[in-house]
Design a protein. Structure first.
Length: 150
């Protein structure tokens, strides 16, 4: 390996490291701190999305009816709505009800699966922003062991 190849490799490595450092900062820049810090679901939804959603069966929310452990509650959301921009998850009984927001890139399937934490038995709500409209689905989940402290 000659000196030119080593310098080129070091330059590429530095660029990759720099990109890795900047990517988390870019993600945090889009984070809505006021919505995630809200103490009620109504305020969190209004702060994040600007309005109240309408319930629809076009948003499919899958959560367990009973969660043995509130620290790992599986949740999946999918929809057949067109032009989906985001999917947000709220847990009404948590200290901070907004638990996740997923930005859906244009042209991708509008489906997410994750695990969330629940402080106590509560209603889980998925809100889908599609074509400038807000749509939701909700389901109650009973938690036998709480998963959030505070």
């Amino acid at each position: 390996m000659n000196r030119r190849a080593v310098i080129k490799m070091l330059a590429h490595s530095a660029a990759l490291i720099g990109a890795g450092v900047l990517m988390p900062a870019m993600a945090v820049a889009a984070w809505n701190k006021r919505a995630f810090d809200a103490n009620s679901q109504f305020v969190a939804v209004r702060t994040l999305l600007g309005a109240e959603p309408l319930a629809t069966d076009l948003v499919v929310l899958k959560v367990p009816s009973i969660a043995a452990d509130g620290s790992v509650v599986p949740v999946s959301v999918k929809t057949s709505l067109a032009s989906v921009e985001s999917i947000s998850l709220f847990v009404e009984g948590n200290l901070h009800p907004l638990v996740a927001e997923f930005i859906i890139p244009e042209g991708t399937e509008a489906a997410v699966s994750t695990r969330i934490r629940m402080h106590k038995s509560s209603t889980i709500t998925a809100v889908v922003k599609a074509g400038g409209q807000l749509w939701s689905a909700s389901q109650d989940t009973k938690v036998t062991i709480g998963g959030c402290d505070g």
